[in-house]
Design a protein around this ligand. Sequence first.
Ligand SMILES: [Zn+2]
Length: 411
Amino acid sequence: MTTLIRADRLIDGTGSAVVENAVLVIEEGKVVGVYPSQAPDSVVSPDAEILDFPGCTIMPGMIDTHVHLNMPGDGTLLETVVREPEGVLVATSAFTAQRALAAGITTVRDLGASGTTVINLQRALELGHGVGPRILSCGQPITITGGHTWYFGGEADGIDGLRLKVRQMAKIGANFIKVMGSGGGTVNTLSWRPAYNREEMRALADEAHALDRKIAVHCLCADSIDYAIDAGVDQIEHAGFITDSKGNQKYVPEVAEKLGKSGIPVTSTLAVGGSVVEIMTAKKDRTPTEDAFLERWIRMLDDNLSQFRKLRDAGVSFVAGTDAGWRFTPFEGLPLELELMHRGGMTTMEAIVSGTGFAAKVIGIDDKVGTLTKGLAADVIVVGGNPLDNLGALRDLKLVIQGGKVRSRAQ
Ligand SMILES: [Zn+2]
């Protein structure tokens, strides 16, 4: 069965020039080719299905490299979420995963969940029992005793304890390893202090690499970034420069330069602040407490955007990831993330690549998805208008195809 999708233009996710009046040919769940104007007869069978989308743009399915499927993303705190039994968290994860797919996000990477909940969901979807995005999972995020998100079950300490925990995550089926390199938004954790020391971080990275897993590290303070760079990790989440319990940040140019030189990509997660600001700004009759909350988040988002600019100037490359599920961050939030990355100085094309081809490369699946390249899985979306003119077009989905199967189509 051959499917042809025709639209005004196609963005292939590699950063290459747009193909005008494009035809995308799909066969047996894979991309056959991209052609301007007309596909050659040799690749099109006479009974091919033709899907026409005038005025629209064809793109690869989007990839969110940082989500938490256990959490609903409606403001529910982590401390509340983890009171539910694991069965509820699996069901919640199936629901949030479907929301992502319906928004054109055909792959998500889960950066921390309770027990084996997301690994179990991932397995069920691989068996074909349900519909959802492709999932990559770390299992439980590894954290110091009492550290950020410890409720998920990932506590481990000391060199031997950390190596054991990495092996346990690999044993239960984790695709990669996630480590909490500093505290975070969990009660009583210190986001302005590194959690593991240099030697511990090195042991974590070595063990992950020995088991052929990538390692991503949550870092909200400068020292944690520094330790993660020295350990040779594969990805840094957030890259914050928090200095105190109030969340004040102080950019450290030397660490930024070192990070830029290391080539380690950083996950942006700007949508965390962006979604709070969007939702609270729209709320009518805010209480004085809510006003103060909004003011604090506007300041934090501004801080994060200014650091995003400075880090890019220092040579750091950013990959798109929203932290969906955390606080008010929605599972449909990748377009918002890309809009914020654009506001932080990326071109619209750079933002799109960071959420498609570059995202796939960073998480190690660019031989399967991420670009509309011959032989890759046909994870494809069609959006109204031209996202290169206005990234808001990514919110106007006309078609979602995953592995060649139509998952949703606008009437
Ligand atoms: Zn996160």
